[in-house]
Design a protein around this ligand. Structure first.
Ligand code: SAH
Ligand code: SF4
Length: 344
């Protein structure tokens, strides 16, 4: 199987090229793409509108990869964490967050993460490898067998823009009318702020952008998010301003509230000043505590004060009440370990 080509790594134009190499017409690629993503075919035998000869040829030269969940855990609030074992023994997690029928699926883009943010559990596990296009797309294919998915966010394990090529390709498959058929308004890439890659993402695909800001001064951001030493706030915010969003969409600024560190009224004031000339909305995420990490959750009072300050100034702000924390599926808690020895 190893020298065969995984068709799920191809965008539609790439699949057309592949078939062109076999002397086949362009519409054959569209047919196969629909089998893969609309009919969820997992073998070439199912593709009954292809000639037997083509099916045979494909079976000899290509294969269709798949991910089946190794485990699914459901939290008290209905949040579901899917654990997927990858072919090489690594594992990744996806999190399904239900919201009155408008389910959001949170995808991983890497095994581990190289960005080493001080407050993030994923960051403490260092970087193992990028996910392939197929491994990203297959998280969607697998969960969609259980439930309808309305929104997709690349906010799981990994820094999506550190795996730009595969992430762009996966998004192209997600938003292709012959593919997974998501509107680009329902797909969001979250980044810690890789400035050149943000521009490149915008050039290659139209998609929503979320930025994990988490600090309002370079001094603090340098400390808690090392990427800031390379791309400081001024450059990051300029890249946000220039990002070509889908029409009438806004940049989401995620802001993890770290108790006593970045949760004062002065922080809220600086945040507003930083983002005011960018179409924005703000997601406040009270820090989820995890073992071995010195940061503390903010007090209820600090959360309310921060939230109200922004709301009173007409910022669209939501405070993301912790979802799935009882199954370690909340923000920054994914570690993607195939750890069968204990379930904590
Ligand atoms: N690497 C990308 C995508 C992952 S998103 C990014 O950082 O944007 C993960 C989100 O969870 C980020 O907004 C991050 O700031 C937040 N986060 C990380 N650790 C957290 C924690 N312990 N509690 C709450 N939010 C956390
Ligand atoms: Fe990586 Fe994002 Fe966690 Fe930072 S917050 S370590 S970029 S996953």
């Amino acid at each position: 199987m190893h020298d065969k080509i995984d068709l799920k790594n191809f965008t539609l134009p790439e699949l057309e090229q592949f078939l062109f190499g076999k002397g086949k017409e362009r519409f054959r690629a569209t047919q196969i793409f629909k089998w893969l993503y609309q009919k969820d075919a997992r073998s070439f035998d199912e593709m009954t509108n292809l000639s037997r000869e083509l099916r045979q040829d494909l079976a000899e030269t290509a294969f269709i990869s798949d991910l089946a969940p190794e485990a699914v855990e459901e939290g008290a609030d209905g949040t579901r964490k899917y654990l997927f074992a990858l072919a090489d023994g690594n594992a990744v997690e996806s999190v399904l967050i239900p919201d009155e029928g408008r389910n959001t699926l949170c995808l991983s883009s890497q095994v581990g993460c190289a960005m080493a943010c001080e407050f993030c559990l994923t960051g403490t596990f260092l970087f193992t490898r990028n996910l392939t296009t197929a491994e990203i797309v297959n998280q969607v294919c697998a969960v969609r067998r259980d439930v309808e998915i309305r929104n997709i966010v690349l906010m799981g394990m990994g820094e999506p823009l550190h795996n730009l090529d595969n992430v762009v390709r996966a998004i192209q498959i997600m938003i292709d009318g012959n593919g997974l058929q998501f509107s680009n308004r329902r797909v969001t890439v979250s980044t810690s702020g890789l400035v050149p890659e943000m521009a490149e993402l915008g050039r290659r695909v139209t998609v929503n952008l979320a930025v994990s800001l988490n600090a309002t001064t370079d001094e603090l951001r340098d400390r808690i998010m090392p990427i800031n030493r390379k791309y400081p706030l001024r450059e990051l915010l300029k890249a946000c301003k220039e990002f070509p969003l889908p029409s009438r969409r806004k940049v989401t600024f995620a802001y993890v509230l770290l108790g006593g560190v970045n949760d004062t009224l002065d922080d809220a004031k600086r945040l507003l000043r930083l983002i005011s000339d960018i179409p924005n909305k703000v997601n406040l995420i009270p820090f989820n505590e995890h073992e071995g990490c010195g940061f503390k959750a903010p007090t209820r009072q600090a959360i309310d004060q921060f939230h109200s300050y922004l709301l009173d100034r007409h910022v669209t702000v939501i405070t993301r009440e912790s979802r799935g924390s009882d199954i370690s599926a909340a923000c920054g808690q994914l570690k993607g370990r195939l750890d069968r020895s204990h379930s904590s």
